[in-house]
Write a protein of this length. Structure first.
Length: 307
């Protein structure tokens, strides 16, 4: 095997002497000379000029030394990568999440994860739930933050927290004065079914078709035999709240389990239903792609933040 004990060759080249190299390697000079002879016979070339002292590499020796150094560097890199893989402290992980969740969560998650695992690079992909499913399916994301129940059969879900769906109302809405206990702006309080019926004919701003929060809200209305007065449909959570602030109608939003909840202090917020309207937040990954060690570290960090 040409590369067996190639550190012997490198030591001879460094010392320019078989005897000095043998001392450094704690070998006898004859055994090291025999090694070099065998190596040159296997390679079919002379690696050192024997007619000068200290020993000098031949042109073949220079080529072989460069090659051996490359091999040794690759072996060091391989061992480092194996070590990093075992420890899970180096590497890369990609998290998929919606734009809204990214805006409220990343300001808390990114610095926390970077502090806990500074050598794991975190990348983020923002998109719809269908896009996240595609990224997980095709290995373009390791994990996704999703809520359930949903219809995605190929996912494994690691429960994180329950997130309530809340209603936002302008603080100057006259219907608030008809409530037994008028709310204080910026706080979340529970609205009984009787109190919610005060708003049955009020204008509502809903999410566009395809967003899960819309279906949760419509199911709530349907269970009360109410057809909501939908005057506008939009996508963005902040847009909905700005419209409520402008007195255009009421709307609904999810209260994030952790991170920055971008709610406005001059709006009134209510949880609804018994039990309250909610979805379950989970870390999702595809069944055919179990989480890597790096992904497991990210899951760990998310759980720590939610606690």
């Amino acid at each position: 095997m040409y590369f067996k004990n190639y550190e012997y060759f490198l030591m001879i080249a460094e010392e320019g002497s078989i005897s000095k190299a043998a001392d450094k390697l704690y070998l006898t000079q004859p055994s090291l000379s025999k090694y070099l002879k065998r190596l040159e016979e296997n390679l079919g070339v002379e690696l050192f000029s024997r007619d000068r002292y200290p020993l000098a590499l031949t042109q073949a020796g220079i080529i072989y030394k460069r090659y051996v150094e490359e091999i040794r560097a690759k072996e060091r890199q391989l061992q480092q990568e194996f070590s990093e893989f075992r420890e899970g402290l180096f590497g890369h992980v990609t998290l998929a999440l919606t734009e809204w969740r990214s805006s409220v969560m990343l300001p808390a998650l990114f610095p926390y994860f970077r502090e806990r695992f500074p050598h794991i690079t975190l990348s983020v992909k923002e998109g719809s739930h269908q896009q996240m499913l595609y990224w997980l399916e095709h290995g373009q994301a390791d994990l996704a933050l999703m809520h359930y129940p949903n219809d995605y059969q190929d996912l494994e879900l690691d429960f994180l927290a329950q997130e309530n769906v809340i209603m936002a109302v302008n603080q100057n809405d006259p219907l608030l004065q008809k409530m037994r206990h008028p709310p204080r702006p910026g706080e979340i309080q529970h609205l009984t079914t009787e109190e919610f019926l005060l708003f049955r004919d009020a204008p509502f701003i809903l999410n566009i078709e395809g967003q899960n929060i819309r279906q949760i809200v419509l199911n709530f209305f349907a269970n009360l035999n109410i057809t909501p007065n939908v005057i506008l449909e939009v996508k963005g959570d902040q847009t909905k709240q700005n419209l409520v602030q402008a007195g255009i109608g009421n709307s609904f939003a999810a209260f994030a389990a952790f991170g920055i909840n971008t709610y406005l202090n001059d709006l009134c917020y209510f949880s609804l239903g018994d039990p309250p309207l909610h979805w379950n937040l989970a870390v999702a990954y595809h069944k055919k792609r179990p989480p890597s060690i790096q992904a497991q570290k990210l899951i760990q960090a998310i759980h720590e933040l939610i606690r």
